[in-house]
Design a protein. Structure first.
Length: 201
């Protein structure tokens, strides 16, 4: 018997992966030759928080003498706030993954639904409120780019049996998370993954 269904957000509920990625380029668009450094940083580790990614980009830009600032933390906070402002607005109005919102409403009548996402708590709360979806979820766990960390807290806090959960995601890391806990996984196929050509999912 299924006890709960856990959703990722971007690429699962909304078609917003590209917004999250593009916004890094947007907030540094005033800095010449920043694109290559942003690309390099985004390839390095998808499990960093937004704040950590922005901080690394700033450090690299400073090392290349492409930018100058007095305090790294202050500049990181400023860029992170701009990132959040843009993504909250854009993700609130982007198109849904086809059928996602209707499925959530129907599933919530029978199952307890949760979200684990890398998006910080305040931002995901705003987006869910704007899309009128927040009430369908028992709890939202924001700020977990590493889904394993999020699941450890969810399972411990709610005393859930992993084998009685279902995880819906769209990334290799999320699939690996489901394997780690022995959680049945539903893959959302999109252009950021290779699920369509894999025979093991």
């Amino acid at each position: 018997m299924i006890e709960a269904i856990i959703f990722d957000f971007d690429g699962v509920i909304t078609d917003s992966n590209y917004i999250r990625r593009q916004t890094y380029f947007d907030i540094f668009s005033d800095i010449i030759n920043s694109k290559e450094i942003i690309e390099e940083t985004l390839r390095e580790d998808i499990k960093r928080t937004r704040h950590e990614i922005i901080k690394v980009i700033l450090e690299k830009l400073r090392d290349k003498e492409l930018i100058n600032f007095k305090d790294l933390e202050t500049e990181t906070k400023k860029k992170a706030e701009k990132y959040n402002e843009i993504t909250e607005e854009e993700v609130s109005k982007v198109k849904e993954i086809k059928g996602a919102e209707e499925s959530i409403k129907k599933l919530s009548e029978k199952y307890s639904l949760y979200i684990i996402t890398g998006t910080i708590q305040s931002s995901i709360d705003i987006v869910l409120e704007n899309r009128r979806l927040k009430d369908y979820f028992k709890k939202v766990y924001g700020g977990y780019p590493d889904k394993i960390d999020g699941f450890k807290i969810l399972i411990k806090e709610l005393k859930l049996n992993p084998k009685k959960l279902v995880f819906i995601g769209d990334s290799k890391a999320e699939y690996e998370c489901s394997i780690y806990f022995g959680i049945p996984f539903i893959a959302i196929v999109n252009d950021t993954n290779d699920f369509a050509t894999r025979g093991d999912i």
